[in-house]
Design a protein around this ligand. Structure first.
Ligand SMILES: Cc1cc2nc3c(=O)[nH]c(=O)nc-3n(C[C@H](O)[C@H](O)[C@H](O)COP(=O)(O)OP(=O)(O)OC[C@H]3O[C@@H](n4cnc5c(N)ncnc54)[C@H](O)[C@@H]3O)c2cc1C
Length: 325
């Protein structure tokens, strides 16, 4: 059956080649119907080549009159684009920013939204959201009772695949933001996507230093301590979802399982999903400002303190010890 669905795909980061989560979204969109790429920023030549080999049928560039980093502004832009395109399915990769954008846009359009789900078509061509819940014990398929279905889709949901390059149409739409959207506050934060040093592979490292939401996005002390130990950097899923570190660094039920000689968890609460991937570590050290944090329950050493103070001191002490030896 030929699908009549029109699928808007939100393109993050169009200034170089498309990122792999967006490549996956376009692959999914192709299977669901007619993919239309939506970008808030100019699109590079590399990204255009990717759009072509990933089967985008159209590119819509949304020109906003305020920063697209303001999620209410981006949401109004996305809602306008979806209406303009006539899309009945909207896909965005799972980031905290996108979750806000799609939630606000879906609300504006009176549409349904399922977060972190895989879109599927029923045999009669209806769109449903597949989701595995309760630590993988239940599979859920949700139907939409609204005309438009919004999804956020996690990275690695499918393997991106290319096709012969296609020609796609392109146009620009202008969207005027409401004064309410423009009044949103923008908080800039330094971004450390990773240092690219050669270190041991996470699953094999003897020392693992993992950071969580308590880092507030500053992974510098985590990298520095891992570097001092000759170890690898790990992270919680929340830190990965924030875009602070690559998915490869995720430890836990839906990430890598590690069992190093020493695991140091900094700014990590110790949710069961994370513990499942590290509790076999020989020595567990936890650094947390909250003395009641669950990770302390399984830790051999619990350090109550701010990781921004504790980790640099530990790294310094280890380097001094090593130079003395
Ligand atoms: C199906 C499913 C699968 C999942 N799979 C995984 C998985 O594979 N891996 C995973 O990690 N999670 C997974 N999760 C998510 C998991 O449930 C938790 O939400 C996540 O692990 C919490 O991450 P966190 O510890 O970074 O954040 P939080 O729970 O928000 O904890 C942050 C911690 O930082 C502390 N803190 C704050 N500031 C500081 C500071 N300055 N210094 C020191 N400490 C500070 C706080 O006290 C808090 O304890 C999964 C969830 C689901 C539903």
């Amino acid at each position: 059956m030929t699908s009549q669905h029109t699928v808007a795909v939100l393109i993050d980061h169009a200034d170089g080649p498309l990122h792999s989560p967006v490549r996956e979204l376009l692959t999914i969109a192709r299977e669901l119907g007619h993919p239309v790429a939506v970008s808030f920023t100019p699109v590079s030549d590399e990204a255009r080549r990717d759009l072509s080999t990933l089967g985008a049928e159209e590119l819509v560039i949304v020109q906003l009159d305020a920063s697209h980093h303001l999620t209410p502004v981006a949401a109004e832009g996305l809602a306008a684009a979806v209406t303009d395109i006539g899309a009945d399915i909207v896909l965005a990769s799972t980031t905290f920013e996108n979750r806000e954008i799609v939630a606000l846009a879906a609300r504006q359009l009176g549409a349904g939204l399922v977060a972190d789900a895989r879109p599927e078509l029923t045999t009669d061509g209806k769109i449903v959201a597949f989701k595995r819940v309760f630590a993988g014990t239940w599979d859920v398929w949700a139907e939409f009772s609204t005309g438009i279905a919004f999804f956020t889709v996690r990275a690695n949901t499918v393997q991106a695949s290319e096709i012969d390059p296609v020609q796609f149409a392109e146009r620009t739409i202008q969207v005027a933001s409401s004064s309410r959207a423009k009044a949103a506050r923008l908080e800039a934060r330094e971004y450390h996507p990773g240092h690219g040093e050669a270190g041991p592979a996470l699953a094999e490292a003897a020392y693992v230093v993992a950071g969580g939401r308590g880092t507030l996005g500053d992974f510098e002390p985590v990298h520095d301590l891992a570097d001092a130990l000759g170890g690898a950097v790990g992270a919680t899923r929340d830190a990965v979802d924030e875009g602070w570190v690559d998915h490869d660094a995720q430890i836990g039920q839906t990430g890598v399982t590690v069992a190093p000689r020493v695991y140091i968890g900094a700014g990590i609460s110790g949710a069961p999903h994370h513990r499942g991937g590290m509790q076999a570590s020989q020595t567990i050290i936890a650094v947390n400002t909250d003395p009641e944090t669950p990770l302390f329950e399984i830790a051999d050493f619990a350090v109550v303190g701010d990781l921004a103070d504790v980790l640099p001191q530990a790294a310094r002490a280890i380097r001094e010890y090593r130079t003395r030896k």
